[in-house]
Design a binder for this molecule. Structure first.
Ligand SMILES: [Zn+2]
Length: 105
């Protein structure tokens, strides 16, 4: 069984305030203004971004990508996500932990 890690990064206070502001504007736009209670809850909550470190089996290109996106395109038919490499355009852009365990065999 292959394992891979998701990197959880706490969103900075500035970024959090910006996102709350955007969220409030968006909800008002759609006619669902946010209540004081809801706003308070948002302010007290810590926000996290989830990222994943991927590496290409073919060309060795690596990068950190949003887990949300990778999770969406991962069909779950394989034990780990494998997408097209943004550099060489071929399949086999996989989590670095899986990459390392394949390379160490
Ligand atoms: Zn590549």
């Amino acid at each position: 069984m292959n394992k891979f890690n998701i990197i959880r990064q706490k969103v900075s206070e500035e970024e959090k305030q910006q996102r709350i502001k955007d969220y409030i504007e968006e909800m008002e736009f759609f006619g669902f203004p946010i209540s004081e209670t809801e706003l308070k809850r948002l302010q007290q909550q810590d926000l996290y971004d989830e990222k994943i470190h991927l590496k290409c089996l073919r060309c060795g290109h690596e990068g950190i990508h949003d887990w949300e996106f990778i999770d969406e395109v991962w069909s779950r038919k394989s034990p780990y996500p494998s997408i097209y490499c943004p550099k060489c355009g071929k399949g086999g852009f996989i989590p670095i932990d899986v990459y390392n365990s394949k390379r160490n065999k």
